[in-house]
Design a binder for this molecule. Sequence first.
Ligand SMILES: [Zn+2]
Length: 104
Amino acid sequence: MRQHGKLEYGGLAAPQRTCVGCRVRTAKSELLRLVLVEDQIVPDLRGRLPGRGASLHPDPSCLELAERRRAFPRAFRVPGPLDVSRVRAHLEEENHEMSCRTPS
Ligand SMILES: [Zn+2]
């Protein structure tokens, strides 16, 4: 079960990010951080990969929206096109295996 991160700072504003797909501002902890490795976008599952990141809801429909508006090249400031297959695979896997998530 996923924790909602809103109150973990005792009511103070949690860090927020905008989802590049639906453009909704949400607590950073609700979003998946993505980074660019060469021309491929990969999910930064531990938040440790260096470089410019983009934030996305862990939701295939947000990924689709982001692709349709060409949000990734803009977010990463590259001309594109970019390969999102690793992100898509990750989201699909997560949808299938919700209950198997390993705690970090
Ligand atoms: Zn979204």
